[in-house]
Design a protein around this ligand. Structure first.
Ligand code: NAD
Ligand code: UFG
Length: 344
């Protein structure tokens, strides 16, 4: 069997690095395209070390035509498109940056794919496209009603991919709607590396545990949930990465457009997450209950049956395991990739 080559845009980022490891160890060749706007070349080196295989790394922007025509000179069998900006609050403050990068970047990528007749794409969408859930669990046919510019960029790219597939019946777009990825690779050498104050719960807790932050503020203790704190569907990033390999294989065997949720189907509250991290790190996590955060919902978790039926995928790792692995990454890399302590 000939080895297939996958282009991974945004491959140096949090989910991209974990996915490249799983692709390489599943026998794919990988071309990584990243402008390193939110990542580091060191991350790609560490992926190569874990997998024991080389990645072809191209530094550049998906919106740069010259870069894209260079990337597509080599035969590419399929694309996984991670490259995007992802901070909800920033998207409200800088909407044009978000539409430009996330929608404009996706269009530039599809144009380059059209030119080279590359017809397979796996796209990083998000549970954020559902907005405020009407019923739980969320299945793929729930209404798409984003409530911020970031969510709108994902919904727009979904629509573009739907139309792209309708125009050419040999095309395949697998749109993965992720719930809340957490944790790190069990090696402790790749993980999430937020450059500013983390917005997300998991990296914030990890930074409190390591002593970088004094305490966690819990955004609301009076939600309509069993313990009053927000409930989310947290999935281990390695499970999520494996879901991409399964989606890619499905994409090589099928044509057309598909939305697929990737989540565990289980809800975990903020207080339960704090307790799980305390057990993993053997440390107390200081916290205080603050006001509700604008734009938050009480609870959100996935109906994961499509992923199971279509891809044969289900989350195998627990929140506890994610805490153990995330804590290992945090301890070994207190300054993320800038510290470079585990590179050698
Ligand atoms: P990340 O910021 O760690 O990774 C994104 C990568 O894309 C970075 O390496 C960045 O440098 C690169 N990039 C951004 N714009 C680019 C451009 N124009 N050209 C080339 N490279 C570019 O983010 P992540 O958490 O790994 O997220 C990956 C994808 O998954 C994103 O599309 C994000 O919207 C989506 N997603 C993430 C989450 C989450 O909680 N992390 C949840 C749902 C969806
Ligand atoms: N939370 C706190 N304190 C914090 C950070 C978060 O209490 O400092 C709470 C939130 O209020 C929420 C829960 O922890 O109840 C999870 O919050 P995150 O910010 O970690 O995650 P969200 O569910 O708000 O959003 C994330 C991504 C979105 C994505 C969504 C669904 O940030 O981009 O998951 O995939 F769309």
């Amino acid at each position: 069997m000939t080895v297939k080559t996958v282009l991974v845009t945004g491959g140096a980022g949090y989910i991209g690095t974990h996915t490249m490891v799983e692709l390489l160890t599943s026998g794919y060749d990988v071309v990584c395209l990243d402008n390193f706007s939110n990542s580091s070349p060191e991350a790609v080196k560490r992926v190569e070390k874990i997998a024991g295989k080389r990645v072809t790394s191209v530094t550049g922007d998906v919106r740069d035509r010259e870069v894209m025509s260079r990337v597509f000179k080599r035969p590419i069998d399929g694309v996984i498109h991670f490259a995007a900006l992802k901070a909800v609050g920033e998207s409200v403050a800088k909407p044009t940056d978000y539409y430009g990068n996330n929608v404009g970047g996706s269009l530039a990528l599809l144009e380059a794919m059209n030119e080279r007749k590359v017809r397979r794409i796996v796209f990083s969408s998000s549970a954020t496209v559902y907005g405020v859930p009407e019923t739980l669990p969320l299945s793929e046919d729930a209404p798409v009603r984003p409530i911020n510019p970031y969510g709108h960029t994902k919904a727009m790219v979904e629509q573009i991919l739907r139309d792209w597939c309708a125009a050419d019946l040999t095309c395949t777009a697998i749109v993965l709607r992720y719930f809340n990825p957490i944790g790190a690779h069990p090696s402790g050498t790749i993980g999430e590396d937020p450059h500013d104050v983390p917005n997300n719960l998991f990296p914030f807790i990890a930074q409190v545990a390591i002593g970088k932050r004094d305490k966690l503020t819990i955004w609301g203790g009076d939600w309509e949930t069993p313990d009053g704190t927000g409930v989310r569907d947290y999935l281990h990033v390695v499970d999520l990465a494996r879901g991409h390999v399964d989606a890619l294989r499905y994409g090589f065997e099928n044509t057309g457009y598909r939305n697929i949720n990737l989540g565990t189907g289980q809800g975990t509250s903020v207080l339960q997450m704090v307790a799980a991290f305390e057990r993993a790190a053997s440390k107390k996590i200081s916290f205080a209950i603050g006001p509700r955060r604008a734009g938050d919902v009480a609870a959100c978790w996935a109906d994961g049956s499509s992923a199971q039926q279509l891809l044969g995928w289900r989350a195998a790792m627990s929140v506890e395991q994610a805490c153990v692995d995330g804590w290992r990454w945090q301890q070994q890399n207190p300054d993320g990739y800038r510290g470079q302590r585990t590179a050698g």
